[in-house]
Write a protein that binds this ligand. Structure first.
Ligand code: PLP
Length: 430
């Protein structure tokens, strides 16, 4: 057939699609996308945008290496249940993940989304303590954290948008930021933040936490950059108190923050590392829970099956594993982590001048994540909407506006992101 009629496509969406995390009054069909290539997407009317809104596009759209790998695996073995058998893509991907980490991190459990990965990590932490014969259940985490949308994940968050009627599913101690989000990245915020975690960890000597769970960058929680040294200090607190450290690198892993994993900036290793989005660049859904051997081995003591009672029929889906292996090839071959570090630093230098102008209160970031904070959520929404009018798609976590372009973006594309952001800010002031 010919090209679809845009009005028909939009009307169908409005009639039938229940959009995730959206007010019923919002018309998401206003932006209806038709295709993507590299760091750009096109809508159904043929309008071109730079996509700086997608959290998982590390290697952009329609990358031939990934597309070919996915097609090849689809035609070879598209599925099999890992609870019964194995296949080569799962082994290759688990091996690849362990190759980026010390040898104690040889074991990976596969699931299908970041939410499932975090839920599995919590189940694993609970099992670890149970199998050691010292049950623990409490989790310490940021009140502003976001770890996904299942009931356990939602209990972990203190964000009003995320709390759920069934929460709390487990006891959680929420740590509030000791300073406003725009000030947290300053070195002087480190001591008060670590003290807040120490208080939460040691709140009740009779009820020690089973785990501390944090993101290395608070994405949904407001584009919050943590002070340098935080992960290092936190891992020392965990070691001193015998608490497991679970890192939610669902968004930050695979180059986004200028390293393969954000924790490598501070040479910190968690006990459980959860990754997703960038793992397969969004080509096929997949998430990975990579654990320290010591944690894995306690599951021999499980009284029912002597192993982990957890998983999905589609866990370690061969096509998703193939997409991830190809994505990681691109991340490595094209040096995407170094590129994110270099381009991100340059854009922050350039856009730093916006801080204090008009409604902009702060400019910050980490690797190729740019955060512009505004005086209100309304001002942030206005900036996102003006940028979209100029051909730049952005995210809006609360009062912040975030630009997360594909890590394959070239220098010219990166400068265009900065140009368009500056123009959108200037338009708001006039
Ligand atoms: N953890 C973090 C840090 C995230 O940013 C997200 C998604 O935005 C999740 C977990 C949940 O992942 P998913 O949306 O794949 O369930």
């Amino acid at each position: 057939g010919g090209a679809p009629d845009p009005d028909t496509v939009r009307a169908r969406d409005r009639r039938h699609v229940w959009h995730t995390w959206s007010p019923l009054s919002a018309d998401r069909s206003r932006l209806t996308l038709a295709r993507g290539r590299g760091y750009r997407v096109w809508d159904i009317d043929g309008r071109e945008y730079i996509d700086a809104a997608s959290l998982n596009t590390v290697c952009g759209y329609a990358h031939p290496h990934v597309a070919e790998a996915v097609g090849r695996q689809l035609g070879r073995l598209h599925q099999f249940d890992l609870s019964l058998a194995s296949h080569e893509p799962a082994g290759l991907l688990a091996e690849r993940l362990s190759s980026y980490l010390p040898e104690q991190f040889a074991k990976t459990l596969f699931v299908n989304s970041g939410s499932e990965g975090i839920e599995a990590a919590v189940v694993i932490a609970d099992g670890y303590w149970a199998h050691l014969g010292r049950p623990r259940r409490r989790v310490v985490t940021f009140a502003r954290g976001y770890h996904g949308s299942t009931v356990i994940n939602r209990s972990l968050s203190g964000l009003p948008r995320v709390r759920h009627a069934f929460s709390p599913a487990l006891p959680v101690t929420h740590v509030d930021l000791p300073v406003p989000p725009g000030e947290l990245h300053r070195p002087e915020s480190l001591a008060p933040l670590l003290s807040a975690f120490e208080r939460a960890l040691c709140a009740d000597a009779d009820d020690p936490p089973m785990a501390v769970l944090v993101e290395p960058f608070l994405n949904v929680g407001g584009g919050v950059v943590l002070p340098p040294g935080f992960l290092k200090g936190l891992s020392e607190l965990c070691a001193a108190t015998g608490t497991l450290l679970i890192l939610d690198e669902v968004f930050t892993a695979f180059g986004r923050t200028g390293r393969m994993f954000a924790c490598q900036r501070e040479e910190v290793l968690p006990d459980i590392l959860v990754t997703s989005k960038g793992l397969s660049g969004g080509y096929v859904p997949i998430a990975a829970v990579t654990v320290h051997q010591r944690v894995h081995d306690t599951f021999r003591a499980d009284p029912v099956i002597g192993g982990l009672r957890y998983g999905h029929t589609t866990s370690g889906h061969p096509v998703a594993c193939a997409a991830a292996l190809a994505t990681l090839d691109v991340v490595e071959r094209e040096g995407l982590a170094e590129r994110a570090e270099r381009l991100g630093a340059r854009l922050r230098d350039r856009l730093g001048a916006l801080a204090g102008t008009g409604e902009v209160t702060d400019v910050r970031g980490l690797g190729l994540v740019l955060v512009v904070e505004l005086s209100s959520a309304e001002a942030a929404a206005g900036l996102v909407s003006r940028a979209e009018g100029l051909g730049l798609l952005l995210r809006q976590p609360g009062e912040a506006v975030m630009a997360v372009p594909s890590l394959t973006i070239d220098e010219e594309g990166a400068e265009t992101v900065a140009d368009l952001l500056e123009q959108a800010v200037a338009k708001g002031a006039s």
